[in-house]
Design a protein around this ligand. Structure first.
Ligand code: ADE
Length: 230
């Protein structure tokens, strides 16, 4: 069973609509849609915004649905000048950028007492997604890169610069690293796929509402191709 998580309705609704007679189970306020898409067993869920919702949701997928892999689909702000609005970022790694214990001597983003703070996406899923992106015939560029996540919408040049400089992030969003964190602790392969809705700068509050639908649709288009190939 493949678990698919999006934070918002626009990130998962069309996938839910592709299922015939899904079994819907409400757990911790989230509706888990279990069914078949493209001949594959999947469970699709909107987790809500932010790292806590995303983490809870991933643990439920592990405990109740025994998923073989988790894919997070959605939108993100670009931190990399080469990555434009509507382009897609496939995660190589994900890290929580708002974990900050620097006052005690830890580097920014390092989680004390954990072996790993930068979570590696499943290489097979990355390769499969690159292949699927070619087959999906998307009219946008597809990049591999680092996803950084925090409970903040990034919308200033200064914050964007600090995420680039401190973490080498390629895109910023609010769930991916939490999903990666929980999936990794449960030994479940994960991947984050994000389409760019804004540039995480002073214009983000205007770009985001303009481009979120188109960006989310691109991410879903790719995900449908992945489900075929998985
Ligand atoms: N999701 C989409 N754009 C974002 C941004 N600029 N910051 C955080 N999450 C986002």
């Amino acid at each position: 069973m493949l678990g698919i998580i999006g934070a918002m309705d626009i990130e998962v609704d069309s996938l839910k609509n592709e299922m015939e007679n899904p079994a819907i189970n409400k757990i911790a306020g989230m509706d888990f849609y279990e069914g078949v898409i493209g001949g594959k067993d999947v469970v699709v869920v909107k987790c809500g915004i932010g790292k806590v919702n995303a983490a809870m949701c991933t643990q439920i997928l592990a405990d109740r649905y025994n998923v073989d892999a988790v894919i997070n689909t959605g939108v993100a702000g670009s931190l990399n000048n080469d990555i434009d609005i509507c382009d897609i970022v496939i995660s190589t790694v994900a890290q929580e950028h708002d974990m900050d214990v620097t006052a005690l001597g830890y580097e920014k983003g390092i989680i004390p007492d954990m072996d790993v703070s930068i979570f590696e996406a499943d290489r097979k899923l990355v390769e499969l997604t690159k292949k699927s992106a070619k087959e999906a015939g998307l009219d946008v560029k597809v990049f591999e890169g680092k996803v950084v996540s925090g409970d903040q919408f990034i919308s200033t040049h200064e914050k964007k610069k600090s995420l680039k400089n401190s973490f080498g992030g390629d895109c910023a969003e609010m769930e991916g690293a939490a999903i990666a964190h929980v999936a990794s602790l449960n030994n479940i392969p994960f991947l984050v796929i994000r389409a760019i809705s804004d540039k995480a700068d002073g214009g983000a509050h205007m770009d985001y509402p303009t481009f979120e639908k188109k960006a989310a649709a691109n991410s879903i288009l790719l995900l449908n191709e992945i489900i075929k190939n998985v």
